[in-house]
Design a protein around this ligand. Structure first.
Ligand SMILES: Nc1ccn([C@@H]2O[C@H](COP(=O)(O)OP(=O)(O)OP(=O)(O)O)[C@@H](O)[C@H]2O)c(=O)n1
Ligand SMILES: C[C@](O)(CO)[C@H](O)COP(=O)(O)O
Length: 221
């Protein structure tokens, strides 16, 4: 079976509030995005890597690759205005039967073991997304009233999210809605059940400044 990894790095990082988009910030002296690509390149699955980048940032990325002597092969795809369109652009370039892991560039601590497990489980079950059970109590706020949810039923979703290419091609024909916050929600909307595999607690998404500080602490030397 062939494997692909779509690494989405087409965002502008508004919540991070740094001039340089967060995917290019240094984490232990290497841009965040390079850590992420390295994890996929080191996996046994050896996926073909598609990197989605905003057109305006592609030149900057190529200069970073020179500066850091970063030689892992990857194909650059133009980003879209929403994560949905960034993923869609990448899917449209793939034309062979395969399994595709979609991963946020800003989750640089993903392990190669988790990546390999996702490809293996997706082949067995059709699709698989990574998630961890909530360790906090959770409440729903609706119509100004809060109510407790059953914590053991709540999963916090991560990436990689891995699917067969055919399923992704079908799902990404849909029109975008703001409820599509990840790939699982897009695939579910065309009728597929989504399978969960245990994620990793340190597979954090760098969203706010504190997340970068946490990643520095969590990253093994
Ligand atoms: N149009 C977009 C928006 C997001 N992403 C990517 O999707 C991942 C998860 O998105 P998020 O953390 O929301 O990143 P940003 O959109 O950059 O952040 P913000 O929402 O704070 O602006 C990131 O790796 C981001 O680069 C993308 O490829 N294309
Ligand atoms: C895909 C994702 O990382 C799963 O948790 C998340 O939904 C991305 O959300 P964001 O608002 O685009 O950061």
């Amino acid at each position: 079976m062939k494997y692909y990894a779509i690494i989405v790095a087409g965002g502008s990082g508004n919540r991070m509030q740094t001039e340089t988009p967060k995917q290019f910030l240094l984490l232990k002296n290497l841009p965040v995005l390079m850590h992420t690509i390295k994890a996929f390149a080191q996996s046994d699955s050896q996926p073909k890597i598609l990197l989605v980048l905003n057109k305006d940032q592609q030149g900057y990325w190529l200069r970073l690759c020179e500066e850091f002597n970063f030689r892992i092969p990857h194909q650059i795809i133009d980003g879209g205005t929403e994560r949905f369109y960034s993923v869609k652009n990448a899917i449209e370039t793939i034309n062979e039967e395969c399994f595709v892991a979609i991963h946020d560039a800003v989750r640089p601590l993903v392990s190669k073991e988790l990546i390999d497990n996702c490809f293996k489980q997706a082949e067995q079950r059709g699709n698989v997304i990574t998630a961890v059970q909530s360790s906090d109590s959770v409440r729903l706020l609706r119509d100004e009233k809060t109510s407790a949810l059953i914590r053991s039923e709540i999963y916090l979703v991560q990436t990689p999210q891995t699917f067969s290419l055919n399923v992704l091609k079908e799902a990404y024909q849909q029109d975008f809605t703001s409820q599509f916050t990840d790939d699982a929600s897009v695939v579910e909307a065309v009728g597929y059940e989504i399978n969960i595999v245990e994620g990793e607690r340190n597979n954090i998404k760098i969203t706010y400044p504190i997340d970068l500080e946490l990643a520095e602490l969590l990253l093994k030397n």
